[in-house]
Design a protein around this ligand. Structure first.
Ligand SMILES: Nc1ncnc2c1ncn2[C@@H]1O[C@H](COP(=O)(O)OP(=O)(O)OP(=O)(O)O)[C@@H](O)[C@H]1O
Ligand SMILES: [Mg+2]
Length: 328
């Protein structure tokens, strides 16, 4: 699989001023990763670990108080290769819709409440393509039908749809122009479990049909277990583990990943799930050394002082833990 995005040593901070005091939240702190063409890459971690910030950084969708402090992002679409930092805002806007689509967190509100679905599709498609209203209607209708969604929904307002249906429509809208790369931030959150499954299935179907690349952010490991080809685990602004999803779920190497997986409910198992003690740290004053050390059951002195580097374990799995180093 060829590498679609090569991101190295990304640093993205929220820099705010309050009563003359500057506060720097290091939400993305030295993350390097690759996104491969045609894969589903899942990004996991508890709330506040920097998942959404990482997506925004990868997309170049960065507004104050967020600032990219350092790092490099290289995009390698077969149609276009470019370095994000040296691409103009206009160019980026164009690329963003023809090649890249982004479903932001909380996107249930993306649909305009005072416009019928058909008009929202028209607004969206016509900003990116020279096309008349009948043609956009036909395009949207055909696409919704392909996805198994009734085209009757074109004639209703968003509030007339259920939450799950609204989210499906949002996904359809984001993918109707066949983007090569789709970023989806928590697309299933706020939906009940059964509805979530349908939405996950829809994302998977689109990805399989189009062969595009999907980067999916969720704090829900169950969603990742069903969907991911590879999974990246973030903790407190750092990448702590990444690898093939099957290997990571089978043999998680980082104690944080182990906790995340152990806290997953299992079919037929009614015993109480282990929840992770404590909470992720505030990112303006993260712990020294390994950021997970105050919560880690295996903590050693070294972990409190030194930052563990991300090291390759051989099977494509990489992990940032001194403990794992001994297992190579
Ligand atoms: N506008 C902002 N100003 C200052 N700090 C921010 C801002 N937005 C986010 N942060 C902080 O940046 C860190 C990472 O936030 P981010 O939203 O990326 O996390 P997340 O993993 O997406 O969380 P969630 O699962 O809740 O969506 C958090 O500590 C958060 O408090
Ligand atoms: Mg988020």
């Amino acid at each position: 699989m060829s590498v679609l995005i090569e991101a190295s040593d990304l640093q993205a901070h929220y820099i705010t001023q309050s009563y003359g005091v500057q506060r720097t939240v290091k939400a993305v702190d030295g993350i390097s990763l690759q996104i491969k063409e045609g894969e589903i890459l899942s990004i996991a971690g508890e709330s506040g670990c920097g998942k959404s910030t990482l997506l925004k950084t990868l997309l170049g969708s960065v507004e104050p108080p967020l600032r990219i402090i350092a790092g490099n992002i290289q995009y390698n679409f077969s149609q276009q290769k470019f370095d994000l930092s040296s691409t103009s805002a206009d160019n980026l806007r164009e690329i963003r819709w023809s090649l890249i689509s982004y479903i932001p967190q909380g996107s249930m509100q993306v649909l305009n409440p005072v416009r019928k679905i058909v008009d929202t599709f028209h607004d969206f498609i016509s900003t990116h393509k020279k096309i008349n209203k009948n043609a956009t209607k036909k395009l949207a209708q055909d696409y919704l039908n392909q996805l198994g969604l009734s085209s009757d929904i074109m004639n209703v307002y968003p509030h007339q749809l259920s939450g799950g249906m609204r989210q499906r429509v949002t996904i359809a809208l984001a993918t109707v122009l066949s983007p090569k790369l789709v970023f989806a931030d928590e697309p299933t959150t706020a939906l009940d479990v059964l509805v979530q499954r349908g939405v996950v299935q829809l994302l998977k179907e689109i990805q399989q049909r189009e062969g595009n690349t999907l980067v999916l952010v969720s704090h829900d490991m169950g969603v990742h277990a069903n969907l991911a080809d590879r999974i990246a685990i973030l903790y407190a602004g750092k990448l702590v583990e990444i690898g093939d999803a099957k290997s990571v779920f089978k043999k998680p190497k980082h104690p944080y990943t182990q906790y995340l997986i152990e806290s997953l409910p299992r079919l037929g198992d009614r015993s109480e799930r282990i929840s992770i003690p404590g909470r992720p740290p505030a990112l303006d004053q993260p712990p020294t050394g390994c950021r997970f050390h105050p919560r880690c059951p295996h903590v050693q002195d070294k972990c409190k002082e030194e930052v563990p580097p991300l090291i390759a374990m051989g099977n494509g799995q990489k992990v940032a833990c001194f403990l794992a180093e001994d297992q190579i």
